[in-house]
Design a protein around this ligand. Sequence first.
Ligand SMILES: Nc1nc2c(ncn2[C@@H]2O[C@H](COP(=O)(O)OP(=O)(O)O)[C@@H](O)[C@H]2O)c(=O)[nH]1
Ligand SMILES: [Mg+2]
Length: 430
Amino acid sequence: MNKVRIGLVGKPNVGKSTFFSAATLAKVDIANYPFCTIEPNVGVAFVAARLPCPCKDLRAKLEAEGRLEPVADDDAREGSLCEPRTGSCVGHRRLVPCFLVDIAGLVPGASEGRGRGNAFLADLANCNALIQVVDAAGSTDLEGNPQGLNQTVETARSRVNEEIEFLGLELDAWIAGLLNDGWVRGVRRVQAEGDKGLTSFIHERLTGLGATLQSVTSAYEAFRSEQTELGSPWDWKESVIASLAVHLRKALFPIHIAANKFDVAPEGVLDGVVANGIIVPCMADVELGLRRAAGAELIAYVPGSNGFSFTDASSLNEAQLKALDHMQERLHSNQGTGVATVLDTVLFDELDHIVVYPVQDEARWTDGDGKILPDAFVVPSAILAKALAYKVHSDLGDGFIRGVDGRSRRVVGSDYELQDGDVLKIHAKS
Ligand SMILES: Nc1nc2c(ncn2[C@@H]2O[C@H](COP(=O)(O)OP(=O)(O)O)[C@@H](O)[C@H]2O)c(=O)[nH]1
Ligand SMILES: [Mg+2]
């Protein structure tokens, strides 16, 4: 099962919950995701795979062999042949699931235990990637209190910078706290092992945050190269440990920015704004409005696109038409609402994931019940065939014999690196 978790974080009133509702609006078979019913702030967002679903190639092959008629004009699925267990596929545009978490509780002093304190920080550490939703309109202060919509570009920009800095500082303080606790005793214990001992000590301290030794080592090296006279670690002042914490935070927590409320933001607000991650302009409430209108079959809208069409404009009243026209204009000028864009970019570029399709029958691309391409797995790029087998089922991993590439029909070994869009049959001892 797909387990990528993307966390939404930010000060109050920036639009986290609106973003979450919009992105998770599609009806999901909740039975496949039992823990979503336990945690109300966890939902499933569907993201379009970048490559066409392999059912496109399958259709082409069947048509060429004369075993299938070309797509009918009125085909509701626009040619898609697959039978997704979760998600959907229309016109070979395959939607794959990814978990979204609405993490409330970013308040000043979270690192000192205020608000939800450590629970909030633990929620962050549990995600594969974080998106900070910020108020690009500058219409709220740091506590989320409304400040009015007509902010100057300078005010809005400085509020955006303040928000980005604020989360960074809370994370820095948290990491520094974890390091400071028992630092002197800990670093003396590993002193004989030099830098290596020190980095593994830091790594051990931060494993709860999902730190890898590699990321800790590179952060430590960046820190070292910046300091002139370091001396022995047990003599380091708190300010030195604090600067180490900043390097570690940058390595461990890239924070991608959804610059929300872009529909009401002053022009140029993001010029010169920098973040430790990507920055994407967003309009979460426009996305929510469009998905609802699409759900009510008033419009045809594909999330991520920069326009929509009316299903039956004559059935709309004047207010609805006006609201939708306004949204259409926003969509065009912003090239989409940004909601699908930021999820796509974080999942496929920043996390470097791909979509692969395990099957049981390498010729027909079906599972044991004859379902066509039922599973689409979102996995790290270049995942090895054996590691994918383990994701399908532990027995399949334990008993792995070989794989067969569904397209070339070539046999591949356990160390075959999967590529985006691969169809793979896995043979295993049972
Ligand atoms: N203009 C505008 N308002 C938005 C947008 N997204 C959310 N809002 C509004 O911002 C307010 C706070 O949204 P909410 O999702 O509750 O924020 P949260 O506290 O971060 O979860 C609500 O009134 C939303 O309607 C947007 O893209 N544009
Ligand atoms: Mg909320």
